[in-house]
Design a protein around this ligand. Structure first.
Ligand code: SF4
Length: 402
């Protein structure tokens, strides 16, 4: 059975996926404070809406006191705080603020009618079972539902990311199967740390593409054999570091009982690093002199109209290469250039801005270059680079060995 979390785990790191879902290795892991905070805030909001379904509206004070009570009940020494700058109290107060802001913004909670909380939904897609859990499902009217998701993280989704998000869109697919009369499903993220709500919708064609992409990913997982590790910032939260080849040695160095000597590897790496550093230090002055000589040879060749500069036994060939300097990635200038290329209907001929085809067009097509320069003056500049190549002279006899 698959879920969004499971699919994301594979995308994050195939090896972690294998450890957890195929080998089913259970490792007692500490709970991160961020996840702990998220769970308590979710539970408090679940309590708020559950009470509302039973015609009881909690006051803000009652909600906060419920939150405090579950925080104290669940807190334990296994909760780890990776960011040592902050302590338990900072995180607890963050949760209070999230709830206060949410309460004040949505009170009296009559924007929609709650249909269910922490609902499990199942979907079968081409013989594959997918399961999901919705924080809150609510109804605007019988044709219009909303899927709510509470986020307590410190990164706000952009509208573009929300429109491309898989998790809630997958739930929308499931909800539409469950309620065939429903025409519209809003995907609603409550970013509690920012007191922001982001809403996105999907067209039927987008849901169909999502279905196809999800099935393709599932097929990829099912046919995967090697499950390679994939290092990322998320490794800090991975419970399998002690058995992952990327981190095992580092863990073994702290471990007293291992079936090999991890110190042996440590000593070799220390020696290797110190030799490399020494070599770099020795080479540094030579590299500087080489660089400056290269510049002088190029200058000499240009000053005297030479393509090749001869030494007594060697020669240096100097070649000049002109190319167009394109705007920096993600800059305003790059946006302008892309817009221009779209307008000029040449964008479909290339896959990215720095590809060879644009360089080639600028070099060979004078009209195109002239039009671009007059439409976007100064955006594209031409720059010359010099390359040098050292080789032996063949026209002088080899030196006799002494
Ligand atoms: S430590 Fe990182 S690379 Fe290793 S299994 Fe975990 S997530 Fe993957």
């Amino acid at each position: 059975m698959f879920s969004h979390t499971r699919l994301s785990l594979f995308q994050q790191c195939p090896l972690r996926y294998r450890f957890r879902h195929i080998d089913r290795i259970k490792i007692e892991s500490a709970r991160g404070v961020e996840a702990f905070l998220g769970s308590r805030v979710h539970e408090a909001l679940e309590k708020l809406y559950k009470d509302l379904m039973y015609e009881r509206m909690l006051s803000l004070e009652d909600l906060l006191s419920y939150y405090e009570s579950i925080w104290d009940k669940e807190w334990g020494s296994d909760v780890i705080i990776v960011n040592q700058e902050y302590d338990q109290d900072n995180y607890r107060r963050m949760g209070r603020r999230f709830l206060c802001d949410y309460y004040n913004r949505h009170h009296p909670f009559d924007e929609s009618r709650t249909l269910g909380l922490e609902i499990r939904i199942d979907l079968e897609m081409d013989g594959v079972q997918i399961v999901g859990y919705i924080d809150r499902l609510s109804k605007i009217d019988e044709h219009h539902l909303q899927i709510h998701d509470y986020k307590t993280g410190n990164r706000l989704l952009t509208q573009q990311e929300a429109d491309a998000d898989r998790q809630l869109a997958l739930y929308a697919l499931m909800v539409k199967e469950m309620y065939p009369a429903v025409e519209e499903v809003d995907l609603v993220w409550h970013y509690l740390a920012f007191d922001e709500t982001i809403v996105s919708k999907r067209k039927p064609s987008q849901l169909q593409s999502l279905k196809d992409e999800t099935l393709e990913l599932i097929r990829r997982i099912e046919s995967c054999h090697d499950f390679p590790p994939s290092r990322s910032a998320l490794c800090s939260w991975c419970e399998y570091q002690s058995i992952c080849p990327e981190f095992k040695h580092s863990c073994d160095l702290k471990n007293e009982s291992t079936d090999y000597s991890p110190e042996e590897g440590q000593e070799m790496v220390d020696r290797y690093a110190s030799l490399k550093l020494e070599l770099k230090e020795i080479q540094r002055p030579y590299e500087k002199e080489l660089e400056s000589l290269e510049e002088s040879i190029v200058h000499f060749s240009q000053q005297h109209g030479l393509n090749t500069v001869y030494g007594s036994r060697h020669k240096v060939k100097v070649t000049k290469k002109e190319s167009f300097q394109l705007p920096r990635k993600n800059s305003k200038e790059q946006e302008k250039l892309i817009a221009y290329l779209h307008e000029a209907e040449v964008w479909n001929m290339m896959t990215s801005l720095d590809n060879a085809s644009l360089q080639e067009m600028l070099t060979k097509d004078d009209d195109f270059r002239a039009q671009l320069e007059s439409s976007l003056p100064g955006l594209i500049t031409k720059e010359a680079r010099f390359n040098t190549r050292l080789s032996e002279r063949k026209d002088v006899p080899e030196e006799e060995e002494v």
